[in-house]
Design a binder for this molecule. Structure first.
Ligand SMILES: [Zn+2]
Length: 397
């Protein structure tokens, strides 16, 4: 089987690379994915997928096979914006190919996975269509950069698709990734009493009330302990807001915004309790809350979700991780595991629903969201071999 797959991918190489180029050339900022979704669906139809449509949120979904084991292949197809201050050597939407590499926004994060899934789907339908022991749902998810996890949460909750396993296409540099730190956002507010600046002793300054909390958060960050394989969590004050009747008055409102990354053993309640402990220690009347992430997809569907994205990790001996390592060894000749340092759609599939999830894709994670995004095209061909073989390894008896 592997010989047949390798030969098929080699024959499709030029199609694969021009598909990758086209995906970069279609600009697809979060919330503006209509054109790329329609392009992907047209390719799914052309390649003989059994179904191809967009769901009520606007995700592109294609189905291959009708076997009992359901595997979701997810690649988010939105990208972050190109800003004026970024310094691109080549045009970010040119899809320029030079010396075996392709350049542009999304060249790493994470259009290659979609190109690979589409060609792998084409190969599965063309050469292995009889009695597949699995069903693959290829998902081009939207708005991931704004709300990691939400597009897949929507599919599982509202679209009637319940995968047994999930493969994510975030960059892993051709390693099998098996987890990530979680993240959450928190707001803390203090209130005081305003007074004229000339009579400040009559007021209570909300900023001064916040001061010891900020100072303890800084100390807390240094005390967090690392846990293998995800490393240590972190806590950062990312914004401070205050209000006063005028700039010549005592501030009666202060709010800080916190970014918290969570390792193994850290979750919503442990993080909140930690902060409440600091507040209690200083005997301050401060409120702690988790803000909402809200938005609207290109289809006009509104969403609102708590800014809590749970940590997840699967053991190296997990059936899914082992199957992926076997498929990696056979298709590209090496097999290594790793974890992401950033957040992915796995916060929904693994973190929220507990569905076994891994990642495998070409490209270096650290190039994401930068003007240095580039991909070795041969690595894309390797990943495509993996995508074609992996479902057989996973469902092998
Ligand atoms: Zn990404």
């Amino acid at each position: 089987m592997i010989e047949k797959i390798i030969k098929a991918v080699e024959e499709e190489k030029e199609n694969l690379f021009s598909l990758m180029q086209k995906l970069i050339q279609i600009k697809s900022y979060s919330g503006e994915e209509k054109e790329i979704v329609e392009f992907i669906i047209s390719k799914m139809k052309e390649f003989g997928f059994d179904e191809a449509y967009h769901d009520s949120f606007g995700n592109a979904i294609g189905k291959i096979g009708n076997g009992p084991i359901k595997i979701m292949y997810d690649a988010h197809i939105d990208t972050v914006k190109v800003t004026e201050t970024e310094n691109w050597v080549r045009p970010p939407f040119g899809g320029i190919i030079e010396n075996g590499k392709i350049y542009g926004r999304g060249a790493v994060d994470e259009k290659p996975a979609m190109a690979g899934y589409l060609i792998a789907g084409k190969i599965l339908k063309k050469y292995f269509n009889d009695d597949l022991p699995f069903t693959i749902y290829v998902v081009g998810s939207v708005l991931e950069e704004d709300a990691d996890g939400y597009p897949l949460y929507h599919i599982i909750k509202n679209e009637g698709i319940k995968p047994d396993f999930v493969l994510l296409g975030e960059p892993t540099d051709l390693k099998v990734y098996r987890g990530q730190r979680g993240r959450m956002e928190i707001k803390i507010t203090t209130t005081g009493k305003s007074a004229h600046g000339a009579h400040n002793q009559k007021g209570i300054n909300a900023i001064y009330k916040m001061q010891p909390i900020i100072s303890d958060i800084e100390k807390l960050d240094k005390k967090l302990n690392p846990k293998s394989p995800l490393g240590k969590g972190s806590i950062t004050v990312s914004n401070v807001l205050s209000k006063a009747p005028s700039l010549c008055s005592v501030a009666d409102f202060c709010e800080i915004h916190i970014d918290r990354r969570m390792t193994i053993g850290e979750n919503k309640s442990s993080v909140i309790n930690e902060l409440k402990g600091i507040i209690k220690k200083h005997k301050i009347d401060a409120k702690v809350s988790i803000p909402k992430v809200e938005g609207r997809s290109w289809k006009g569907t509104e969403f609102s979700t708590e800014a809590y994205f749970p940590t997840w990790v699967f053991d190296e001996k997990h059936q899914l991780v082992e199957a992926a390592l076997r498929a990696s060894k056979k298709s590209i000749g090496k097999a290594k595991t790793g974890v992401w340092s950033f957040s992915t759609n796995g916060v929904a599939t693994a973190g929220h629903f507990g569905i076994p999830t891994i990642g495998f894709a070409p490209g270096k994670e650290e190039l994401s969201h930068s003007s240095k995004e580039e991909l070795v095209l041969d690595d894309l061909a390797k990943a495509t071999k993996f995508y074609s073989l992996f479902p057989f390894e996973l469902t092998k008896k």
